[in-house]
Write a protein of this length. Structure first.
Length: 256
C-alpha cells in the first residue's frame, strides 16, 4: 500500500506537469511558426486566412492536449480513490475502462483534426498555385498588350516615314523644274548683261569714231581756210578774210 501511494503521488505530479507543459508549448510553437510576411495584397489575404486557420488548429490541438492531461489526471485521481474502497480491482478496472473510452474519443478527434489540418493546408497550397497561375496569366496578357502597343507604334512611325518619303519623291521633279527655271532665268539675265556691255562698248567706239571724224573735218576745214587766205595774200587782193576756222564744239563732241 505504501508503494502504491508513492506511485500515485508521482503519477499525479507527472500528470500536472504534463498538463502545464501541454498548455504552454503549443502556444510557443505557434508563435515560432508564423507565416512569412506577404508580398502582395492577394497573398496577404491568403496568408491571413491561412494564419487564422492555423491558429484555429493550434487552439484545437491545445484543447485536445489539455483534455488528455485532464483525462490522465482524473484517471489517476479516481484510481487513487479506488484504493480506499472495498472492491479495489473492480474500481480500478472501471476507471481504466472509462479512461480508455475517453482516450479513444480523443484519438478520434485527433485524427479528425489532423485530417482537417491536412485538407486546409492542401487547399491553401491549391489557392496559392491558382493565384500564382492567375498572376502569371495576367502578366502574360499585360506583356502581350504592351507588345501589341509597341508594334502599333512602330507601324505608325513606319507609315509616317513612308508618307514623308513619298511626298519628298513627288516634290522632287517640281524642285528640279524650279531649279532649271531659275538657272535659265539667271542665264538669260547674264546674256542680257553681256549684250548690254557689248552694246555699251560699241556705242563708246562709235562716239570715239564720230569724234575722230569731226576733228578730221575741222582740221581739213582749217587747212582749206588757210589755203584760201594764203592765196588771197599771194594775189594781193585786199585784206585777209575775217572768217576763221571753226573750232570744234565741245558740246557736240560730248553728245556724240
Amino acid at each position: 500500500m505504501f508503494v502504491n501511494e508513492i506511485v500515485m503521488r508521482c503519477s499525479f505530479l507527472l500528470c500536472v506537469a504534463l498538463v502545464l507543459i501541454s498548455a504552454v508549448l503549443p502556444n510557443a510553437y505557434a508563435q515560432q511558426n508564423l507565416p512569412a510576411p506577404p508580398q502582395a495584397t492577394t497573398e496577404l489575404a491568403q496568408d491571413e486566412s491561412a494564419e487564422v486557420s492555423q491558429g484555429d488548429f493550434n487552439e484545437r490541438q491545445v484543447a485536445l492536449t489539455r483534455r488528455r492531461g485532464e483525462v490522465e489526471y482524473d484517471s489517476l485521481k479516481q484510481e487513487r480513490a479506488c484504493y480506499s474502497r472495498f472492491l479495489v480491482n473492480y474500481c480500478l478496472a472501471k476507471v481504466r475502462t472509462a479512461k480508455r473510452a475517453q482516450q479513444a474519443a480523443l484519438r478520434t478527434e485527433q485524427l479528425a483534426l489532423d485530417d482537417a489540418e491536412r485538407a486546409a493546408r492542401a487547399q491553401h497550397r491549391a489557392q496559392q498555385v491558382a493565384q500564382k497561375q492567375a498572376e502569371q496569366a495576367a502578366a502574360a496578357a499585360s506583356r502581350q498588350a504592351e507588345e501589341q502597343r509597341a508594334k502599333a507604334r512602330y507601324l505608325e512611325k513606319q507609315r509616317q516615314y513612308d508618307l514623308k518619303q513619298a511626298r519628298r519623291a513627288s516634290a522632287e521633279p517640281q524642285h528640279r523644274t524650279n531649279a532649271q527655271a531659275y538657272a535659265d532665268k539667271q542665264t538669260a539675265h547674264q546674256r542680257k548683261l553681256e549684250a548690254a556691255r557689248a552694246q555699251g562698248k560699241q556705242d563708246a567706239q562709235r562716239r570715239a569714231d564720230n569724234a575722230k571724224r569731226f576733228a578730221a573735218k575741222q582740221r581739213a576745214a582749217a587747212l582749206h581756210q588757210a589755203k584760201i587766205e594764203r592765196r588771197q595774200q599771194a594775189r594781193g587782193q585786199g585784206a585777209p578774210s575775217n572768217s576763221s576756222p571753226a573750232e570744234p564744239d565741245a558740246n557736240v563732241l560730248s553728245s556724240q
